[in-house]
Structures are given as structure tokens and as C-alpha cells.
Write a protein that binds this ligand. Structure first.
Ligand SMILES: *[C@@H]1O[C@H](CO)[C@@H](O)[C@H](O)[C@H]1NC(C)=O
Ligand SMILES: *[C@@H]1O[C@H](CO)[C@@H](O)[C@H](O)[C@H]1NC(C)=O
Ligand SMILES: *[C@@H]1O[C@H](CO)[C@@H](O)[C@H](O)[C@H]1NC(C)=O
Ligand SMILES: *[C@@H]1O[C@H](CO)[C@@H](O)[C@H](O)[C@H]1NC(C)=O
Length: 410
């Protein structure tokens, strides 16, 4: 009892000391709001995974210039780009950015001009333009060297995502990489937050859910706890979030029992993960076109999906970000205003997938930067979701929203 009291008093002073020591320019949370230097910080952000894949400083500058014109304050980008040894020759030839290469027995870090120096430039240039970055450490999906590759290359056959094989300890390799990234930028006010994994689920592109990752097993929540505690041990001040899609395990809700986003099958348990000590805010993604056939009809499951994260954030008293969303079949300028309005009503930050830049110069504008994403006629990759400023009907929805968010900020 006495001991517990002393510990409680001590940790109170410790957290008070830490809070007051947050360096200038770092974003923090206060209840359900973000704060920057003691003032509320509400924002419209965007996603640009490809920024560090650009090879010239000019194109990075051009992109940030357009980001600023869009009223955007926070940009989410990939802090990972890993390749395997057999891809190295092609990567060198095409000038592809890569940070790690797997040589069949070891990850070799590339911190040179075709590697982390490009991420350094993105982090530094963001600061020059007054933009803050959410940096994601790895991917649930195979793209850009995600967790599939850690499993495929290190674990081989018969392993499941997040089903760690102790003798191989795939995630020790990931932690070593995470440590490299965090230590590189831990003093930078240009980092908004660290993000553990893009869209962690029990199943990945090539690996099915293992027996340890089924509804109710909390495998992903436990992994989030371990990883967020680890990142916090390296960096006391930057915020940390999951990168998840905002899926739930509402086991008593029979109406949603067949809904992947609520029945726990995905593996996330949004209600619980938001209560983790070192998860500072929640994020959720919204792609109803690929989730629900009836998605665009009011009253469909997607509406519930949007309320779920809002309720969870209120319970946990933490901020929340609609971190990725989009439609590509439906008319964006018809669909987005309603979504943006609801995010504003519930005081969520808004980050559409994805930012579109125009007027890029490199390679005459036709360089395939990986997989099917390419720079075409000076335009950044368009997966059907990109929002370019030339599309004023869509662009203006977000610049107006940015003004609303600005008026709520200090
Ligand atoms: C690769 O990109 C770098 C800039 O990061 C540039 O200096 C170099 O000329 C490029 N190399 C080729 C072969 O395009
Ligand atoms: C390495 O990459 C190549 C090209 O993307 C791919 O075909 C091959 O399967 C990969 N090897 C491993 C072990 O993942
Ligand atoms: C991979 O890199 C490690 C560390 O540099 C080295 O010891 C090992 O021999 C390399 N393996 C291959 C196949 O190149
Ligand atoms: C999308 O909707 C807007 C607003 O109703 C309309 O002006 C525009 O023509 C539509 N675009 C397409 C491609 O249907």
C-alpha cells in the first residue's frame, strides 16, 4: 500500500516533469485535442508514401510547396523501403530509394544518398515548409518491404503474421530498424508522430491468420503494447500511434457479427488499444467501396464504422485522426463533403488518401517507382485516389476544411 502510494506519487512527478519538458514545436495531446506549444492544433493532413522515393530535391520542394497551398499541416509517409538481394541490381539501375536490403542472412542498412539520406531530406524539407510528418515503420502488406518480407525472408514457410518464431525472432530485426529511424529523428520537431505498422491485421497479403490471432486473442493489441513501449523507451516526447484501420471486436453485437470491421476477425481491438499507455491517439481508415457493397447508401455499415472510432476515442479521452480514406469508383466531390463534415463535427483530424503533386521533373516524368505506382507526365502516382490541385472540385473541399481546422487552432 505504502509502496504503491510512493510509486504513484513518484510517477505523478515523473510524468509532470516529462510533460513540462516537451521540446518546443513538438505536438502533444490534451484530452481529445492535439496541442502545439500549448495551443489547440486541429488540421487537415494528407498521405504521401512516395515522397522519399523522389530522387531530386527539386521535386521534394515542389511537392511540399503544393502541400502548403492545400492548407495541409501533417503528412504521413513511409519510413520503410526494403528490398531483397535479387532486387538490388534493378534498384541501383532505376535509382529506387531503399533503406534496407536483405542479403539472405542479414538486413544491410542503406544510410547513403539512395537510402536514408532521402528520408533525411524529406524530414528537413517538411520543416522548412512548416509541415509535420507521421512516419510509419513498416507495412502489413507486401508493398515497399512490409512485414510479409520479414516473414518470408527470415521465417520462411509455415509462419504466420505476428506469430513470432522465437529462434528466428523476426521482430528483433524490425526493432533494430525502428531504433535506427527513431534515433535519427528523435530530436526533430518535424516529426508529428511515430506509427508502428500500416494496417496491421492478423492476415497479410500472403500469410493467413495464425491460431494465435483470432477474435479475442488480443495478439495485435499485445504487439502494439510491446512496440509502443519500446519506441517510448527510445523517445520520450514524440507521439506514437498504431497505424491501424480502426477495426473492433464487438463480440456482443449480433447485428454486426458478420461485419469484418467489427467481429474481431481483422485482429484489431480499437477499444482496447486506445487505452494503451504509449498509444497517444487513435487512427482509422475508411474504404467503404472495397468493404461494403452498399457502402454509399446512408445507414450502411460504414456509418457505424465512423461512429465506432468516435465513441472509442471519447472513452479513452484521446484524439483521433481519420488517417486514410477515399473512393475511386464514386464521384469524390459528391462523397467527400459529407465525410469531411462528420469528421469536423466529431473533431477528428482529416487525412485523405492521397496527395497528388503536379509538375515533377525527374526522368521526364515516367519513372516507375515501384510496383504499379509511377510518375506520369510529371504527376505523382495515382492509384485512383490521388487529389491534384487541378481537380478544383475535390481540392477545394479540403482547402475549405483546412480553414475550419485553422480557425480551431491557436
Ligand atoms: C540518383 O539520384 C541521385 C539523387 O538522389 C542523383 O544525384 C543521381 O544522379 C541519380 N542517379 C541516376 C543514375 O539517375
Ligand atoms: C526477391 O524479390 C524478387 C523480385 O521482387 C522476388 O521475385 C523474389 O521472390 C524475392 N525473394 C524473396 C526470397 O522474397
Ligand atoms: C550478409 O551480410 C552479413 C553482414 O555484413 C555478412 O556477414 C554475410 O556474409 C552476408 N551474406 C551474404 C550472403 O552476402
Ligand atoms: C461529380 O459531381 C459533381 C458535382 O455534382 C459534378 O459537377 C461532376 O460533373 C461530377 N463528375 C463526374 C465525373 O461525374
Amino acid at each position: 500500500m505504502y509502496f504503491a502510494l510512493v510509486t504513484a506519487v513518484f510517477s505523478f512527478f515523473l510524468s509532470a516533469t516529462l510533460a513540462s519538458a516537451v521540446p518546443q514545436g513538438f505536438v502533444t495531446t490534451n484530452g481529445q485535442e492535439f496541442e502545439l506549444d500549448g495551443e489547440p492544433f486541429a488540421f487537415v493532413g494528407s498521405n504521401s508514401f512516395w515522397l522519399p522515393l523522389l530522387t531530386t530535391d527539386t521535386d521534394v520542394d515542389t511537392t511540399f510547396q503544393q502541400i502548403v497551398e492545400g492548407g495541409i499541416k501533417v503528412v504521413r509517409t513511409w519510413g520503410f523501403n526494403a528490398i531483397n538481394g535479387s532486387e538490388l541490381a534493378g534498384a541501383l539501375e532505376s535509382n529506387l530509394t531503399y533503406y534496407q536490403v536483405w542479403n539472405s542472412s542479414e538486413w544491410i542498412l542503406n544510410d547513403g544518398p539512395q537510402g536514408l539520406e532521402r528520408l533525411d531530406n524529406v524530414v528537413e524539407t517538411a520543416g522548412k515548409f512548416g509541415i509535420k510528418l507521421i512516419v510509419t515503420f513498416t507495412n502489413n502488406w507486401v508493398g515497399y518491404g512490409g512485414s510479409d518480407l520479414y516473414l518470408a525472408w527470415i521465417g520462411g514457410e509455415n509462419c504466420y503474421f505476428l506469430n513470432i518464431i522465437p529462434t528466428l525472432n523476426e521482430y528483433a530485426y524490425l526493432e533494430r530498424y525502428v531504433q535506427t529511424i527513431v534515433e535519427r529523428y528523435k530530436n526533430s520537431p518535424n516529426i508529428f508522430a511515430w506509427e508502428l505498422m500500416n494496417e496491421a491485421r492478423c492476415a497479410s497479403d500472403t500469410y493467413p491468420s495464425g491460431p494465435n490471432c483470432v477474435p479475442g486473442t488480443e495478439t495485435i493489441t499485445t504487439w502494439y503494447k510491446e512496440q509502443s513501449d519500446f519506441v517510448r523507451s527510445l523517445d520520450p516526447f514524440h507521439m506514437i500511434t498504431t497505424g491501424g484501420e480502426g477495426q473492433f471486436y464487438w463480440k456482443d453485437d449480433t447485428a454486426l457479427a458478420s461485419d469484418f470491421n467489427f467481429n474481431g476477425q481483422a485482429g484489431e481491438d480499437f477499444d482496447r488499444e486506445l487505452f494503451l499507455e504509449n498509444i497517444d491517439f487513435g487512427v482509422y481508415h475508411m474504404y467503404p467501396e472495397s468493404w461494403y457493397p452498399q457502402a454509399l447508401i446512408p445507414g450502411s455499415g460504414f456509418d457505424t464504422g465512423e461512429l465506432g472510432p468516435a465513441m472509442a476515442a471519447k472513452q479513452a479521452n484521446k484524439p483521433i485522426v481519420l488517417e486514410e480514406f477515399g473512393v475511386k469508383k464514386a464521384n469524390k466531390s459528391v462523397i467527400y463533403p459529407g465525410w469531411v463534415q462528420r469528421a469536423e463535427d466529431t473533431k477528428h483530424a482529416i487525412m485523405p488518401w492521397q496527395f497528388g503533386a503536379l509538375g515533377l521533373t525527374e526522368d521526364g516524368g515516367n519513372r516507375i517507382i515501384k510496383y504499379t505506382d509511377e510518375l506520369l507526365n510529371g504527376a505523382s502516382p495515382n492509384d485512383g485516389f490521388a487529389i491534384y490541385k487541378s481537380n478544383t472540385a475535390v481540392w477545394d473541399i479540403f482547402t475549405s476544411a483546412a480553414q475550419v481546422q485553422d480557425s480551431r487552432s491557436g
